[in-house]
Write a new protein. Structure first.
Length: 164
């Protein structure tokens, strides 16, 4: 079991010891896309969703999700986040399935011995779930996908940028 970093010698789960890792500035960006009916996007844009300002609430939810990541992902280290930023790109043009979309991007930063990829990915996922929750009364067919790490920097492995 020694080849698996999240298992101890007895084969039991453990949190990896990062105490000897270098403290570096680290950043990660992730994305998720929420697909919806055109009428749903119009209601979001015109503030006609009964629960309130969908993107403002999703933005706060994404930041809160990033902060709660170690409570949700068992082997994730609690880290000191120095920044979490959430942005939205609305796409009113219909895809082949007749849906429009909102792409959520989260960027998380820290200075420490471990990265913030999971925090960025949790942020976009929680923001997407929040959009669904706030709009489900008008569009239960919404979905989200394409949750992915877009980029990361810092640490021993350096820079990663997603292709395509």
């Amino acid at each position: 079991m020694a080849d698996f970093t999240h298992f101890n010698e007895a084969g039991r789960a453990r949190m990896v010891d990062v105490s000897s890792k270098a403290t570096t500035e680290r950043a990660a960006s992730a994305q998720a896309t929420v697909f919806m009916q055109p009428e749903t996007l119009e209601k979001i844009q015109s503030q006609k969703i009964a629960k309130g300002d969908v993107l403002a609430v999703a933005q706060v939810a994404g930041v809160m999700g990033a902060k709660k990541t170690p409570d949700l992902i068992p082997m994730c280290h609690p880290i000191f986040l120095t920044s979490v930023d959430i942005s939205f790109k609305e796409e009113p043009l219909l895809n082949p399935k007749g849906r429009c979309s909102i792409t959520i991007t989260a960027t998380a930063k820290t200075t420490g011995p471990t990265g913030v990829e999971m925090e960025a990915m949790t942020a976009v996922t929680v923001a997407a779930l929040t959009i669904y929750d706030m709009c489900k009364s008008v569009d239960r067919g919404m979905s989200f996908s394409e949750v992915c790490l877009v980029s990361k920097s810092g640490g021993k492995s350096g820079v990663y940028t997603r292709n395509g």
